[in-house]
Design a protein around this ligand. Structure first.
Ligand SMILES: NC(=O)c1ccc[n+]([C@@H]2O[C@H](COP(=O)([O-])OP(=O)(O)OC[C@H]3O[C@@H](n4cnc5c(N)ncnc54)[C@H](O)[C@@H]3O)[C@@H](O)[C@H]2O)c1
Length: 252
């Protein structure tokens, strides 16, 4: 499998070491990529580093809060210093606030837009600048089925995920002739820290499983597999796409 994907020795930057970012970083390290993983949560970074070490792989962890454009640019510069120009970039940070539109204030909107969408812009632009200069690169943004469906109590989250998909499509178009591909994955319900508390309450797990044609939630490794494929040369002619990894959730 390692040879088929042909990622060995190439530099990767994964921002977000939670359930999906962590699984993606681990998958890339397993493919032999020189992987930098960034998060503000040292415990999340330690979990990924330990899982990688247990599997016989090393990755570089970087503690940073990416809430500002300056912080995002510093993260990219540090990653380049550690593993060279990124051949692969993954944006895997995001937050949801499951309340109705009429209960959310300006600060709630602002904080979700900043974390989910603005950081994708700041990081994508800075990484893209380097990939275009190098004449090659692959990016994957972690979007969501919420980019496509209109779940109640998801307004700011859905807006950011729809925004990610459109931003990704324009980046893909502008950079295609420079050897850079830009795609997204759209996970359905996957059990991670982002969703665990909600899934554990009031029969939500069963309710959500019933909405998925595959009749189960996803596993972070299943999202990481799609991310890894899109970052590989096997996906070299795929750009501007959101690959839904959702057990059929967006079909119904
Ligand atoms: N889990 C799901 O079911 C699901 C479904 C669809 C999409 N997604 C998307 O996948 C992405 C990753 O989600 P996840 O499930 O891995 O969530 P998660 O909560 O497990 O991980 C998110 C990580 O982001 C980090 N983070 C948050 N704010 C930060 C900041 N300012 N600076 C640095 N790090 C910060 C957190 O510390 C955490 O480790 C998100 O964009 C989310 O919207 C998740």
């Amino acid at each position: 499998m390692t040879g088929w994907l042909d990622l060995t020795g190439k530099g990767a930057l994964v921002v977000g070491a939670g359930g999906l970012g962590g699984a993606s970083a681990l998958s890339l390290a397993r493919q032999g990529m020189a992987t930098v993983v960034v998060d503000r949560d040292t415990a999340a970074l330690d979990r990924v580093a330990t899982a990688a070490a247990d599997a016989g792989h090393a990755l570089v962890t970087l503690v940073a809060d990416i809430s500002t454009p300056e912080a995002c640019r510093a993260v990219v510069a540090e990653s380049v210093a550690r593993v060279g120009a990124p051949r692969a970039f993954v944006h895997a940070v995001g937050r949801n606030d499951r309340r109705p539109v009429l209960e959310l204030g300006d600060a709630d909107w602002e904080s979700i837009v900043t974390l989910n969408l603005s950081t994708a812009w700041w990081l994508g632009q800075e990484v893209g600048r380097r990939m275009v200069a190098e004449g090659c690169g692959r990016m994957v943004f972690v979007s969501s089925v919420s980019a496509h469906l209109a779940h109640a109590h998801h307004a700011p989250y859905a807006a950011t995920k729809g925004g990610i998909n459109q931003m990704m499509r324009v980046m893909a178009r502008e950079w295609a002739s420079h050897g850079v591909t830009v795609n997204a994955v759209g996970p359905g319900y996957v059990e991670t820290d982002l969703t665990r508390a909600y899934l554990d309450r009031d029969g939500h797990r069963e309710e959500l499983e019933a909405l998925v044609p595959a009749r189960r939630l996803g596993d972070p490794a299943e999202v990481a597999d799609a991310v890894t494929f899109l970052l590989s040369d096997r996906a070299r002619f795929i750009t501007g796409q959101c690959l839904y990894v959702d057990g059929g959730r967006t079909l119904v």
